[in-house]
Design a protein around this ligand. Structure first.
Ligand code: AFP
Length: 310
């Protein structure tokens, strides 16, 4: 309830951004070194307020806060939430979709929560989801073992309406789409260069289409509904890729697997790793991300074998 309330309030702020003069920079730099937008700051306050005061949470990790937030004892509950309140915020000022991404765990510590309650493998996630602020506001959420569900915000009611149960990626992998920032290709390893090359040159067959919004929520949402693969791989410059484990990699990998897809880091720290198996050591750690339909994620992993890299 707290998460969906915060999503509604963030949706309203995004819709009114132009009128309420919420476009532009707030003048600060966040925990991950990005310039904070006014809407980054506002949406972060919205999520922290909702999650701190709902009585259900013990620790919060936000992309916008360098340190974990420990909920005061009189308001503390048993859940731990990692979130990126407004992902894709470099798209805000040109009115392209953004989103919130979150993952929920249950704390292990018997008494007061500690940071170890959040530095865990993605296999411990109980609930993960994202809310997309696009042409419509859509909340996609999965409770472990209960499938992926889509809800669209009806602005006239102010409520999320359940529009699809047990969402699954299209049978066989769906549309042939790859989604990545190809501007980084010069620094990719041979396997990523190789597979993208094969998708573009299919010896007479129609090539894969390239689609990249640059807002992870939108690119992942399209991948779940249409098929294909989304990649932000490690490269020679960024050995851990760009995306954050706790509030980008893990929740999206969890949803992708629950929807019948696959989620890998590709080659990471010298081996191929399933994304949800990694264990972050710090709260803002990064990891490479290769997520989407099994057909395409497996083709990426196979390419590492073909190139003799694993
Ligand atoms: P911003 O929040 O700074 O816009 O970053 C968005 C993001 O974390 C993710 O949503 C995108 O998929 C990815 O970064 C885009 O990164 P590039 O700009 O390097 O392609």
């Amino acid at each position: 309830m707290a998460l969906q309330l915060a999503c509604k309030a963030t949706s309203r702020a995004c819709n009114k951004a132009g009128i309420a003069m919420l476009f532009g920079l707030a003048g600060e730099v966040n925990s991950t070194g990005d310039d904070q937008k006014k809407l980054d700051v506002l949406s972060n306050e919205i999520f922290i307020d909702a999650l701190t005061n709902c009585g259900a949470c013990a620790v919060l990790v936000s992309e916008e806060n360098e340190d974990p937030i420990f909920v005061p004892e009189d308001k503390a509950g048993r859940f731990v939430v990692a979130f990126d309140p407004l992902d894709g915020s470099s798209n805000i000022d040109c009115n392209v979709s953004t989103g919130t991404i979150f993952a929920v765990y249950e704390k292990k510590s018997e008494k007061n929560a500690t940071v170890s309650d959040i530095l865990r493998t993605g296999n411990d996630i109980l609930v993960a989801g994202y809310c997309m602020y696009g042409a419509a506001t859509e909340l996609v959420i999965s409770f472990k073992g209960h499938g992926v569900h889509r809800f669209t915000l009806d602005p006239s009611l102010g409520e999320f309406v359940h529009i699809q149960a047990h969402v699954q990626l299209p049978e066989g992998g769906g549309k042939k789409i790859y989604s990545c920032n190809e501007g980084n290709s010069r620094n990719w390893d041979a396997a990523i260069k190789g597979i993208i090359g094969k998708w573009k040159d299919r010896h007479g067959d129609k090539p894969y289409a390239a689609r990249y919004v640059g807002s992870m929520v939108s690119d992942v949402h399209r991948t779940i509904l249409y098929g294909g693969v989304y990649l932000y791989p490690a490269d020679a410059k960024s050995k851990h890729g760009k995306l954050r484990v706790l509030y980008e990699g893990f929740p999206m990998a969890f949803i992708m697997e629950q929807a019948g897809g696959a989620a890998s880091c590709g080659m990471f720290k010298g081996k191929i790793q399933r994304l949800l198996d990694i264990v972050p050591e710090t709260i803002h750690e990064k990891c490479p991300v290769v997520i989407g339909c099994k057909r395409d994620v497996e083709a990426v992993l196979e390419e590492y074998k073909i190139q003799g890299l694993c």
